[in-house]
Design a protein around this ligand. Structure first.
Ligand SMILES: [Zn+2]
Length: 85
């Protein structure tokens, strides 16, 4: 049995369980404890600035320093269409 496939982690938003392999596969973000599906929903949500190419600005303190999603947001904001599937 492979411990990398054990689902020991969970998403703080949807409670879904994830494994270390899911981190490697980019399905779960250990830095924030939130899964890709939830980030996709945030990227589509009008109530969140997350993953919005028009809003993300690395030159602002908010985006570069204070945002808890600052490491993940740009990957969504830059990759076109990630939030649209
Ligand atoms: Zn989730």
């Amino acid at each position: 049995m492979d411990s990398i496939d054990k689902k020991l982690l969970w998403c703080l938003l949807c409670d879904e369980k994830f494994s270390l392999a899911d981190i490697e596969n980019g399905i779960y973000y250990s830095a924030t404890g939130i899964c890709k599906e939830c980030y996709k929903k945030m990227a589509k949500s009008e109530q969140s600035c997350f993953g919005k190419k028009e809003v993300y600005d690395q030159s602002t303190l908010e985006c570069a320093t204070f945002c808890p999603d600052r490491k993940i947001c740009p990957t969504f904001a830059i990759q076109k269409g990630v939030g649209k599937t």
